[in-house]
Design a protein around this ligand. Sequence first.
Ligand code: GFP
Length: 829
Amino acid sequence: KHNRSIESYFESLGTGAGEVGLSKEDITKDFLHKLFYHLGRVPALTTSNDIYTAMALTIRDRALRKFVRSIEKFTQQDARGIAYFSAEYLPGPHLGNNLLNLEIVDETKAALTELGLDLDELLDEEEEPGLGNGGLGRLASCFMDSLATLGIPSIAYGIRYEFGIFKQEIREGWQMETTDKWLHNGNPWEVMRPEISYVVKFGGRTEHSTNGQNRYQVDWLPESEIKGTAYDTPILGYQSNGIIMRLWKAEAVESFDFSVYNMGDYYRAVEKKLRSENITKVLYPNDENLSGKELRLKQQYFFVSCSLQDMINLHTTQGRELKNFHEKFAIQLNDTHPSIAVAELMRLFVDEHEMEWDEAWDITRNTFAYTNHTLLPEALEKWAVSLLGRILPRHLEIIYEINSRFLEELRDKGFSGDQIARMSLIDENGEPSVRMAHLATVGSFKVNGVSELHSRLLKSQVLNDFAGLWPQKFTNVTNGVTHRRFLAMSNPGLANLISEKIGEGWLTDLTSFKELEKLAENEDFQKRWREVKLQNKQALTQFIKEQTGVTVDPEMLFDVQVKRIHEYKRQHLMVLHIIDLYLRIKDGKTENIAASTFIFAGKAAPGYFLAKLIIRLITAVAELVNEDEEVNRFIKVVFLPNFNVKQAQRIYPAADLSEQISMAGKEASGTGNMKFALNGALTIGTLDGANVEIREEVGEENFFLFGQTTEEIQQTRNEGYRPYQYYEENPKLKKVLDFLSSEELTKGDTELFKPLYHNLLQQDPYQLLKDFDSYCSKKEEVFKLWNDKKEWTKKSILNVARMGKFSSDRSIRDYCEKIWNVKPVKLKE
Ligand code: GFP
């Protein structure tokens, strides 16, 4: 291609032609330019979306400029690059974050003010890409932020879903799903790359032969082919350059099947095109039974194949040999969703690039690393052999080959028949299926969990046999969150107060928050800390009013649980306690209750009946409580519809208490727990996921711990847990549970919550009833402490001061050191 440096190209374009300035004047000029020449708007007809789009394009230019610069530096450094493979991303709105990272918030605000426009209104205008379900996708995006900030050469590969996670509305108390049209106004942040596209095959059969050079050759004769085209979004780092998020969109290889078209069957030709595009149409919601979801498997394979072909292309066009592939790239598999990549890379090496199996396997196994995010058996992906063989016939052969060699190795090492059956890539119980977590484990050089506890349980439970075989392969990287988005950007009040005291170094080094410890008891600082919190609560109060019509009092304790709705996360445990409070207030026993607003938000998978019923329960309790004059002086309940990143950014800064109450052993890490604590909320939580480490860091005296440990849960189960016994023996709990079928709560439809009631009394798989008392008594402590403003504030400050570990910068440094073996490249200009 060319070897002139990008810099010299820009120079040859003339002074400043390649540069985009960062001053207020530069921004104004470019913004108007975009509005008139790019969008072709005249002032009288300009809509607020036009204004937003023009500003987004103005800022994107600057982001791309940074990205181009980093590509050049990375190329010069010749460092190992990281490819992050994730079927989900939740980047959140880009504009505000890019302004922060470019350090031009004030300049942009001033430019807009001069034009009579308001930056906050513009920020509100942005539709966020909902390309993920929850924690997993948001983690991927936090990692992008840190990769970019730390200067790690990296690329984030994924799927450009046309419809992301559904939009949630509440109608008559129930969750209703509507489609998410995040692209309906266009997407100014992405750049379509028609020249970067790859063909992906599906179905058909394979043909085995020996070619002219006596080489065993397999040809895959597919039934159909689809083209994947790259859409690039620059992701900036703070005071650093940028990386790219490359998402693939599916298209027909040819827009029309001309043979069909010529025969006059126009509609069939169009239909074929539409069918191809279906692959990237929609994101699958979590917690649905995916088995048999052919389209989901196709999505996974589609994005993985495009990404691997792209990487091979990047590698070879730079004149490198494939045998060095693993030295130049590490691929991080974000859960099992992209794990078919192990078989695909083997296919590309062996079938398309004529590499010998052993060499190909060696390179493959030194390229991939796998992150596990859950121990829930229903979430560990398996694909029926029959389905996989029909969609990806060649991959099934490759998986069988990998498996037969692997099982041979186990036999040689003297593993028992039982162990071998357990470890096999093929599950022979019932309908034979491929265990994707086993494929990912066998095909990776490292496997990690996402918190200390989770990594330990991963080794002792789900992947126990593998940990015995390859102890060195297993490691832990505790999750982290970007404190730039979740504090600097979304809580400017607190960020400014902190910077005033300790400077701005924390933006790239969160451990410097330690310095705040000495201010924890300073009265003046405490006062200002509380003022900031109150302002944030006032802002949320207004938002709650707009969204739900409910008026809340910002002086009340804001007690918050926001996350996907799932039984294991136990939103309903919080509800049982609220019912208990309601009944106490009705009985006139209001002493010791701190006036509280309970705030919930989160989506339930559309097919997950009990999760949707939990939402219905929350809204029923909310209605009952909020309308009752006797009660609503003490408590209010709010369910905020359509939880997403944008909303999260309003909620965390305003929370006083963070609810992290999952059953121990079920939440792999949690990241909301970190975002709350970072914003000064105290946590009530179990010893689950990263709660354990948060408590260790902030100090046990600054954390409200309750509930059984993982071991105790297991013991309860072993002893034969009988939830009904707790119901019978605990009058308070009985009263609360019976209330679920009361006329008052159900407005006469007393059957409404019976499924939940029976579930709790008969199985209670997440042991709510057993943990109920412990939770309630911890809440008493919370109420007591809330009345002691100084103590509460002190603990709040100490929580923030000790959050250093939970920056995603630390997580990414851990990945660099423990897994990828790469060093951050300092790119600061
Ligand atoms: C999953 C796990 C969480 C974990 C994230 C990121 O998130 O415990 O923090 O992945 O590792 F369950 P969700 O999809 O449940 O939100």
